[in-house]
Design a protein around this ligand. Structure first.
Ligand code: SF4
Length: 308
């Protein structure tokens, strides 16, 4: 594992966009996953998206990408033969290990019965467009250009957004679904709210539709045999979580718009950290999977118990 290339103390005064040395620029755009990250830990959002420190050790998820590609081909061609197509050449799928490609094909087949039969009315990789000024007159959020819903079905009786997820579950406990949300939890999710709002606004603009949107999140278990399950919930513009996410988005864009020298990294408030906590020993109970923790080669010194 690579060590983090800067001393952590440098980060306090790091200019926005420092990560461009990795070929990546800090941008003013947002995505639903940035919102989720910022909600759970502002520091883990600020490192890559405010200071531009994209971790060189983070890998994409090639199994998920391959699964998405196979399902897109299935919807476009209407034939299950799509599941046997060779994957496109290139870096995107280069990280697929032994057995991963078969896992992606099995996952796509497991998801297939959970989505509508292919037709011209289905829209795979449906682009996220959401004009936030409709809800917050003074705030226009620019969404990342590559943000798209896995599948939109605008002509279903209840227009539906589909999202495909893979879940590892807990192999020791043989519990496939322990990390899958309940419908009540899904209603609170950033991606669910932003994607459903996007489809609602698109339909409202086209034909005045003002009914609910269904969000169907399809989880496919990586434990064999590979099976899938759908968690669904209804979205309407009155969902209180939606306004909460927009409020957070407004705050995060405001932070991105600050002058670089105004950003004091140490003052970014964390949900689990007292504001005056030291930099290297901040309490954090969620770093098990956090790539920015020093144990994973990152710059954050989160510790389990408060030391201040
Ligand atoms: S280790 Fe904890 S405090 Fe540090 S960035 Fe990750 S989640 Fe946040």
């Amino acid at each position: 594992m690579d060590n983090f290339p800067w001393d952590v103390d440098d980060l306090r005064t790091a200019p926005v966009g420092l990560g461009s040395s990795f070929g990546w620029e800090s941008r003013k755009t947002l995505s639903p996953s940035q919102l989720s990250k910022g909600f759970s830990c502002m520091r883990s959002w600020a490192l890559p998206y405010l200071l531009g420190l994209r971790s060189p050790w983070v890998q994409g998820a090639p199994v998920g990408l391959a699964t998405h590609w196979l399902l897109e081909q299935y919807i476009k061609t209407g034939s299950v033969k799509a599941f046997t197509l060779p994957l496109p050449k290139g870096r995107r799928y280069a990280g697929l290990g032994d057995g991963d490609e078969q896992l992606a094909r099995d996952a796509a087949r497991a998801i297939m019965p959970h989505i509508p039969v292919p037709s011209d009315s289905l829209s795979p990789e449906h682009k996220l467009t959401l004009d936030t000024t409709r809800w917050m007159r003074d705030t226009k959020i620019e969404w990342e250009p590559n943000c798209s819903m896995d599948l939109a079905a605008p002509e279903e009786t209840v227009p539906t957004v589909f999202d495909y997820k893979t879940t590892g579950g807990n192999p020791k406990r043989k519990d496939r679904w322990c990390y899958v949300p309940t419908p009540d939890e899904l209603v609170q999710d950033a991606q669910f709210n932003i994607y459903c709002a996007s489809l609602w606004q698109q339909l409202n603009d086209i034909n005045g539709y003002d009914g609910p949107i269904r969000g169907s999140w399809i989880y496919v278990s990586k434990l064999r045999p590979v099976v899938a399950r759908t968690i669904s919930a209804m979205w309407t513009p009155s969902n209180v979580w939606f306004m909460g996410w927009l409020g957070l988005a407004r705050d995060m864009v405001a932070m991105k718009n600050q002058e670089a020298n105004d950003v004091d990294f140490r003052k970014i408030k964390l949900p689990v950290v007292p504001e005056d906590a030291g930099y290297r020993d901040i309490p954090c109970n969620s770093y098990g999977g956090c790539v920015y923790h020093s144990r994973k080669g990152g710059p954050c010194g989160g510790v389990r118990e408060a030391t201040t």
